[in-house]
Design a binder for this molecule. Structure first.
Ligand code: ATP
Ligand code: MG
Length: 559
């Protein structure tokens, strides 16, 4: 169960504030967002982006976008492009754009420096032996027989590793630290390994690649990062992060600070899992509107403002927690409710015939786009003898509590008239083909001059003017709230077969030119966003969020 979030607390911000107050780094604040370009960014990354860029903004500092492209096999330029686009879309601007691979030469020099200082050596143990020699949490490790070889020998071997004289796994460069350290990361960790792989930027220049722990902190130091913010799984690596910088006696020493990852209900994060959903065709790409990627959420109609507000609300702390997806939807709904036009759209249409309305008459009613914000303007909506209404707004045999349309009862058509249902037409199989009504000409604009009460107001469309619209009703991608809780780790068995329901609906003519990315509320139905594949000939709307606020309900239930 999702726990209640403590609104807005952010311990990293407090640390930075303290550092500035103490004059640390001369009051300078420099952060970076360091994605590995091996997939599209997801909502978890948004938390890190908001945090890093947010710190720079708040304290007048800088934030770099650095592609952590030290591992050559999984990386791709397509991913770099999407990451840049997503960061900008979220509303942030990097001060510098860097690639960790740009530092390969410098890192190689530093590796040699460590050897010269007697703090690194080339090892010839096999990967299995290295593992075995390392020991475990309960037992000390033991030194490799190559640990104390002369620096000259290691320097020569490293050079030959670089020149491609050895096969993968035959040689590695290791830091010489402590084979009995209680933190396993300190038991002579690898610095370089051989990998004959093409790199998306350095091509085939290198066949040795630096390990993350070595490359990351030193890249931070090169860029003069002051606060290197990362997620909790790197807490045990901080000691090593510091060791490399100290061992090289660099004059700039960034401070690593770890925070808890964002975990969300109803979805899975992690690029590896998302990639498998894409590759196996469970979704239509990284930007499928059901995906928790930034690009998927954008396509679904989530806004940068809403995502940033969400990240602010959930705060930043040291404890892992599971945040309810409903909170994110709540933030989206709040933002859309305050900003987007209301229009009329019918997702599951049923035909209505106004028997006493003149056959060739069309009236155009003035309809403001917002009940509160005049700046959104208004449009005209056409009214005629044949209409569509939402089939859920009609019931043939309705209970007395059903206030919408049913034989003998009246409803108000938004902006237009009060109508009364007189009966239904059915086909040979008994299916309702059309609802028959009469309208009251005295109620033009929806008023009742005699003061009679009309309990419900419903939306509608003139059939002759309505535009067909494919409505993609986005639902949860999974049938359970915590798909990762599966004992076998098989989250895909909970994929929701109805995660995207396609409805053949209609919208009012004012939406004829609605472009991809256009947000609106179909009154009484849901918030929608025009899909990227939509064209004037084939309008497609994605349901962004429903009208009902599950988060508010959860809050109420929890008191
Ligand atoms: P994934 O496991 O999804 O691939 P990652 O941590 O490997 O994520 P990176 O590209 O290495 O992805 O991450 C870039 C930055 O985003 C890192 O600083 C990382 O800590 C942060 N980050 C990744 N996932 C989350 C998350 N769920 N919540 C907060 N920050 C995250
Ligand atoms: Mg990663």
């Amino acid at each position: 169960m999702a726990e209640k979030t403590e609104v807005g607390s952010n311990f990293v911000r407090e640390i930075v504030e303290q550092d500035i107050a103490n004059g640390k780094n001369g009051g300078r604040v420099a952060t970076r967002f360091p994605p590995e370009p091996n997939g599209y960014l997801h909502i978890g990354h948004a938390k890190s982006i908001c945090l890093n860029f947010g710190l720079a903004q708040r304290f007048g500092g800088t934030c770099n976008l650095r592609f952590d492209d030290t591992d050559p096999v999984k990386e791709d330029t397509e991913y770099c492009d999407s990451i840049k686009h997503d960061v900008e879309w979220l509303g942030f601007h990097w001060d510098n754009l860097y690639f960790a691979s740009d530092y390969f030469d410098q890192l190689y020099e530093w590796a040699k420096e460590l050897i010269r200082r007697g703090l690194a050596y080339v090892d010839e143990l096999t990967p299995e032996e290295i593992r075995e020699y390392r020991g475990n949490f309960y037992t000390d490790g033991k030194p490799s027989p190559w640990r104390d070889r002369p620096a000259e020998e290691s320097l020569d071997l490293l050079e030959r590793m670089k020149n491609g004289e050895f096969k993968e796994g035959e040689r590695v460069l290791r830091a010489k630290i402590d084979m009995c350290h209680k933190n396993m990361n300190m038991r002579d960790p690898l610095i370089y390994r051989i990998k004959f792989a093409h790199h998306h930027r350095t091509g085939d220049k290198w066949c040795i690649y630096p390990m993350y722990d070595f490359a990351h902190g030193l890249s931070d130091a090169i860029e003069g990062i002051t606060h290197s913010v990362c997620t909790l799984e790197f807490e045990d690596h901080r000691i090593l992060y510091d060791w490399f910088i100290d061992a090289l006696e660099l004059d700039r020493h960034p401070q690593q600070i770890e925070f808890a990852k964002l975990n969300l209900t109803d979805i899975v994060l992690s690029k590896r899992r998302l990639l498998s959903l894409v590759k196996e065709g469970h979704v239509n790409g990284w930007d499928d509107p059901r995906m928790p990627t930034i690009s998927g959420m954008r396509r679904r109609g989530f806004t940068p403002e809403a995502i940033r507000n969400f990240c602010e609300l959930i705060g930043v702390n040291k404890r892992d927690s599971l945040v309810d997806f409903a909170l994110l939807e709540h933030c989206v709904r709040e933002h859309l409710n305050a900003t987007v036009p209301r229009v009329m759209g019918v997702t599951k249409p049923i035909r209505v015939l106004i028997e006493n309305y003149p056959e060739d008459q069309v009236e155009w009613f003035d309809a403001p786009y917002s009940p509160t914000d005049d700046s959104l303007g208004s449009r005209k909506v056409p009214f005629s003898r044949e209409l569509y209404i939402e089939s859920a707004d009609f019931m043939e045999n309705a209970p007395s509590k059903f206030y919408r349309l049913t034989p003998g009862r009246e409803v108000r058509l938004r902006y237009a008239y009060v109508i009364k249902c007189t009966g239904v037409d059915k086909d040979a199989d008994g299916n309702i083909t059309q609802v028959r009504c009469t309208y009251d000409p005295e109620t033009r604009g929806g008023n009742t001059p005699d003061g009679r009460k009309i309990k419900a107001t419903i939306h509608w469309l003139s059939r002759a003017h309505a535009l067909p619209a494919e409505c993609r009703m986005i639902n949860s991608l999974f049938t359970v709230s915590d798909p990762l809780a599966d004992p076998d780790g098989d989250f895909k068995k909970y994929l929701n077969p109805n995660s995207m329901e396609i409805l053949n609906g209609y919208v009012e003519p004012a939406l004829a030119d609605a472009k991809p990315g256009y947000h609106c509320q179909f009154e009484r139905v849901a918030y929608f966003n025009v899909d990227d594949d939509s064209t004037p000939d084939h309008l497609i709307f994605n349901r962004t969020v429903t009208m009902s606020d599950d988060w508010a309900k959860i809050q109420k239930k929890n008191g």
